[in-house]
Write a protein that binds this ligand. Structure first.
Ligand SMILES: NC(=O)c1ccc[n+]([C@@H]2O[C@H](COP(=O)([O-])OP(=O)(O)OC[C@H]3O[C@@H](n4cnc5c(N)ncnc54)[C@H](OP(=O)(O)O)[C@@H]3O)[C@@H](O)[C@H]2O)c1
Length: 245
């Protein structure tokens, strides 16, 4: 069995992949920056003595995705698990004033992921097996003024994954949506977040690994975010719109 990681540079992705590597599974690290996928592939090969390789993918280069997926599956036909981690938080204020930033947020978190997922769906559907796991976010459960550009892309992504799960169920292909809360990674560096609600990438990686192995559908990471979002989504809009969130 093999794990394909799209977004190798993420600490969350590396933490999740470490559990597969510890079991001796082959890991294919994919990212967009020169030499970085190789760096993780070499590191994991030494640390876990598992088979690894490195490939390049840019979430925004849609035209390259078909060739990328075809080549990866030709080289490693036994890929069973795919973890898609592409994400870009961006800056809400910039996105409001410059559509280029909004475009990048929407395309990295939604369009680029959908482009890859459709190709993976066709690949796995034809062999009637496989697992597609995508990191969305609790930010997609309700729009807030502080990050609605990112939140709406993640919200759209969660809805897309729900439909894809529904489509692929009959083919035996599992689609897993991960919704993390705050995680201590470069994405949140320097943000004034409530410490009690911030998780480590290792904690989230372990939750993702377990959910993948159990073929879950939607997982809040950690689970207490399910309760927090239940409360947040139940606030009536006439009150919610007045809150400074
Ligand atoms: N940190 C949090 O609090 C939090 C909360 C909820 C959800 N999430 C989600 O968790 C996932 C991982 O985020 P993270 O916290 O680990 O942050 P991160 O370190 O910024 O990871 C984001 C990943 O996406 C990749 N990426 C961005 N644009 C790309 C592109 N055009 N093509 C290919 N790869 C691209 C990055 O690669 P480069 O390093 O090469 O840019 C990096 O590997 C993201 O989907 C994020 O939205 C994070």
């Amino acid at each position: 069995m093999s794990l394909l990681v799209l977004g190798a540079n993420s600490l969350i992705a590396q933490a999740a992949a470490s559990h597969f590597a510890a079991e001796g599974e082959e890991i294919i690290f994919c990212g967009r920056k020169q030499d970085e996928p190789e760096k993780y592939a070499n590191d994991f090969a030494i640390r876990y003595k598992c088979k690894t390789s490195a490939e390049y993918i840019d979430a925004l280069d849609y035209l390259s995705h078909k060739k990328f997926i075809e080549e990866v599956f030709t080289k490693t036909p036994q890929i069973d698990y795919v973890l898609i981690v592409f994400g870009y938080l961006g800056t809400q204020e910039t996105a409001q004033n410059n559509f280029n930033e909004a475009h990048r947020i929407i395309d990295t978190n939604y369009t680029g992921v959908v482009s890859v997922c459709e190709l993976l769906a066709a690949e796995f559907e034809s062999v009637k097996k496989g697992n597609i796991t995508v990191i969305s976010s609790v930010a997609g459960d309700r729009g807030r003024q502080s990050n609605y550009m990112y939140g709406s892309a993640k919200g759209g992504l969660s809805v897309y994954l729900s439909g894809l799960r529904n489509r692929l169920y009959k083919s035996g292909v599992n689609v897993l949506t991960i919704k993390p809360g705050f995680v201590n990674t470069p994405m949140t560096y320097g943000m004034p977040l409530p410490k009690l609600l911030v998780s480590s990438p290792e904690t989230i990686g372990k939750i993702i690994y377990r959910a993948m192995k159990k073929r879950k559908s939607i997982v809040y990471a950690p689970f207490f975010w399910w309760w927090i979002m239940k409360i947040i989504t139940s606030i009536p809009e006439f009150i919610f719109k007045k809150l400074k969130l």
